[in-house]
Design a protein around this ligand. Structure first.
Ligand SMILES: [Zn+2]
Ligand SMILES: [Zn+2]
Length: 267
């Protein structure tokens, strides 16, 4: 009998039970106040690595270079640029994000159920979180561009780089980094995520932010697969024009509120 869609609170073990059992055996580590920021920082660096490697290889091989989105090509292959971006992110994590998320994690003390979620529950919980995060980010991002004080105090740091490369996904002010992490956590709480769904949501959210800033229009990228997904070309236009395309992932909010930017014609 296929038991992948049963309730996690029924005696039939869901498909993800072995994965969840493994994580529960490391519950102390899972509930560590230092884990969220450590995973967010290391995960970001690891997820950026393939794109930075492509930037290096793309400067030699046209088979890679042809996927680069037009504009800001050569300046993305700059070790000094990467290092300064890495150090800024490291500094903000060490001084602000690490202690703040540790306090938040201590205050949250999420419940750890013995049963894993079903695949269906993981799917709808993550989808709900992504749609909710996308909506909240849209209005927050739009406000940061409309209100000069918010732009200069919170968001300007993210637009410091004229070149768009994977690393700048988290190259933002400490207040922006913390606000986005708080929004992501609130989404998981509002949706009522199982901890396993929440872990996958945060990892997916990180990956999608890196992909938004990678500077490549790859055939297997999410915007080529998922309908109404903006992806790297959509977000790169935001970085180029500063106004419009405020949503991080999907395009419906920008289309609805008239902030959608059409892709530039390639000469
Ligand atoms: Zn950006
Ligand atoms: Zn912006």
């Amino acid at each position: 009998m296929n038991n992948t869609c049963v309730s996690p609170y029924q005696p039939h073990a869901p498909l993800l039970q072995p994965v969840w059992d493994y994580l529960l055996r490391h519950e102390e580590l899972l509930l560590s106040p230092y884990l969220p920021a450590s995973v967010a920082f290391l995960g970001h660096v690891l997820m950026c690595a393939p794109f930075l490697l492509m930037d290096v290889m793309g400067s030699r091989w046209t088979s890679i270079h042809r996927y680069k989105i037009s504009g800001s090509r050569e300046e993305t292959v700059c070790l000094r640029l990467w290092l300064s971006s890495f150090l800024r992110i490291f500094w903000k994590y060490a001084v602000y994000v690490f202690p703040a998320t540790a306090v938040l994690q201590r205050l949250r003390t999420p419940e750890m159920p013995t049963m894993a979620p079903t695949c269906w529950q993981v799917f709808w919980q993550i989808s709900s979180c992504l749609f909710l995060f996308d909506a909240l980010f849209y209005f927050w991002h739009d406000a940061m561009h409309r209100v000069p004080w918010l732009y200069f105090q919170v968001h300007r740091a993210h637009h410091r780089n004229t070149a768009v490369f994977a690393m700048i996904a988290q190259d933002s002010s400490a207040s922006e980094l913390l606000s986005l992490q708080t929004i992501a956590i609130c989404c998981a709480v509002l949706v009522g995520c199982h901890p396993l769904s929440e872990i996958i949501f945060h990892l997916l959210n990180m990956w999608m932010a890196v992909e938004d800033h990678c500077g490549y229009d790859l055939p297997w990228a999410l915007h080529r697969i998922v309908p109404f997904f903006g992806g790297a070309p959509f977000h790169q236009l935001h970085h180029r024009r500063f106004r419009g395309n405020y949503a991080p992932y999907f395009t419906h909010w920008d289309r609805l509120f008239g902030t959608y930017l059409e892709e530039e014609e390639t000469p």
